[in-house]
Design a protein around this ligand. Structure first.
Ligand code: GLN
Length: 454
């Protein structure tokens, strides 16, 4: 609450940025002027972008929304942000996010929550969440405070906030964007991607962000397709899979109605809908909430007060006491919960029952998609089971919060490209998103179907 109030007092009522770097954006504009004169314009010359706080940015605070990294200014730049800079882009600042990207509402951030620029049309002024974990990214684009931003998506963190704020965001195939210099949450799931106002801007940004990087062992050694040049909203001959298991009880009628409208829009563009089955869908959420915390508990072991950021030294304590005090003070409640779950499912007595089992189910979920893509070219679902909810509404109920990821998580476990595009407004005047999942490496198919919808 303190950091949030400070942000509001500083004139940042949405609290979307954690650090602002206007000098960087200005230098980018000046470089673009010079490039224009010398006929040397690059694809992103003069475009200032917001960068999610878990990308390492050289000399600029990179804290992943956590107190444990307060004040950490990396001496290096993440590959993705370096790629964007090389293409001429500048930086407006670092964007607020859930701590270590764990959350669906941006309320776990050490900097306080982000407020969505959207309000319900009931005349009230209730503060809504922009979604998470890329909540600052989503709010900044929706409010016109950045033309485009980076996000990351481990289990929906690009797509759900894009849906909540009426913008577009794409998570590419796992391995398209280098994870080097991105604070690791769950390494087998983490992917960077762009969020922007429309599909074309996402295609332009993704083209510059992606590419092979020898410093990330899971980076795909493939050329980056020319996604922008390949954009076409003609979907003739495309079969759109509609997974029957995504008709979930308790999802509001409005969301199902939007899904049906989405099917009609894709038909209008020439596509043919086909019913498909993804039978292991109902195990995706529990599988994700074993694998992601397991990997997180291992990745977060490095925050020990020795290497980066915060250090707490209790009087007369030894090294172990320093570790414990630093981690107790530095991590927030959700991060501690994930570490507890993760170490539990990885512990000797429970490893087979939980972690090994989850890996097996993950393989079945991947197989579901492989079989589905024998019958269709793309899959259409809603992005999230609700529109944006109010601040504090779900913070005391982690399970309700986790349920928000129900449509997003299967594509993450399978490493598939997936995008949220705005589908319209609900009866409260809030944006709803449609979710397109593509086969491995078929970002183009996803972008094109998105173009047909928007
Ligand atoms: N909301 C999900 C979680 O809390 C996904 C987060 C993400 O994609 N980074 O784990």
């Amino acid at each position: 609450a303190e950091s949030f109030n400070a942000a509001v007092e500083a004139g940042r009522p949405l609290n979307a940025y954690t650090v602002e770097t206007p000098e960087d954006a200005l230098a980018c504009a000046e470089a673009a002027d010079a490039a224009r004169q010398s006929g040397d314009l690059k694809p992103l010359s003069g475009i200032p972008l917001g960068i999610k706080d878990l990308f390492a940015t050289e000399g600029v605070d990179s804290t992943s929304g956590s107190n444990i990294l307060r004040g950490f200014k990396p001496p290096y730049e993440s590959t993705v942000s370096a790629n964007l800079r090389r293409a001429g882009a500048g930086m407006l600042g670092k964007l607020n996010m859930d701590e270590f990207a764990m959350g669906s509402s941006n309320e776990t951030s050490a900097y306080g929550p982000v407020i969505s620029p959207w309000k319900r049309n009931d005349g009230g002024n209730a503060a809504l969440t922009p979604g998470g974990s890329s909540g600052g990214s989503a709010a900044a684009v929706a409010a016109g405070m950045a033309p485009g931003v980076t996000g990351t998506d481990t289990g929906g963190s690009i797509r759900q906030p894009a849906a909540f704020t009426g913008i577009t965001g794409i998570k590419p195939t796992y391995g398209r964007c280098s994870r080097w210099g991105i604070v690791a949450f769950a390494s087998s799931l983490d992917q960077a991607g762009p969020m922007a106002r429309d599909v074309r801007d996402c295609a332009i940004l993704l083209e510059q962000m992606a590419g092979f990087d020898h410093r990330d062992a899971t980076s795909l050694e493939l050329p980056v397709p020319q996604w922008e040049a390949g954009l076409s909203s003609d979907l003739k001959g495309k079969r759109i899979g509609i997974p029957k298991e995504y008709r979930i009880d308790g999802v509001p009628d409005e969301i199902n109605a939007l899904w049906d409208r989405g099917i009609e829009w894709l038909k209008d563009a020439g596509a043919e809908p086909v019913e498909i089955s993804l039978p292991h869908t109902r195990y995706a959420l529990p599988t994700y909430y074993i694998i992601a915390p397991a990997e997180a508990s291992s990745n977060l072991a490095r925050y020990d007060g020795v290497r980066y950021g915060l250090r707490e030294e209790p009087q007369g304590g030894n090294l172990d006491a320093m570790y414990a005090a630093t981690r107790a003070a530095g991590f927030g409640a959700e991060v501690k919960r994930r570490i507890m779950i993760g170490t539990y499912v990885l512990s000797a007595g429970f490893y087979d029952a939980y972690f090994t089992k989850a890996q097996r189910v993950r393989a079945l979920i991947k197989r579901d998609f492989r079989e589905a893509f024998a019958q269709c070219d793309l899959i259409l679902t809603p992005t999230a089971p609700s529109a944006a909810f109010g601040l504090k509404e779900k913070m005391s109920d982690p399970l309700a919060m986790y349920l928000n990821d129900v449509f997003a998580v299967p594509a993450s476990l399978a490493g598939l490209p997936a995008m949220s595009v705005p589908g319209g407004l609900d009866s409260q005047g809030l944006p709803l998103g449609l979710h397109l999942i593509g086969n491995e490496l078929d970002e183009q198919g996803v972008l094109n179907a998105g173009l047909a919808i928007e």
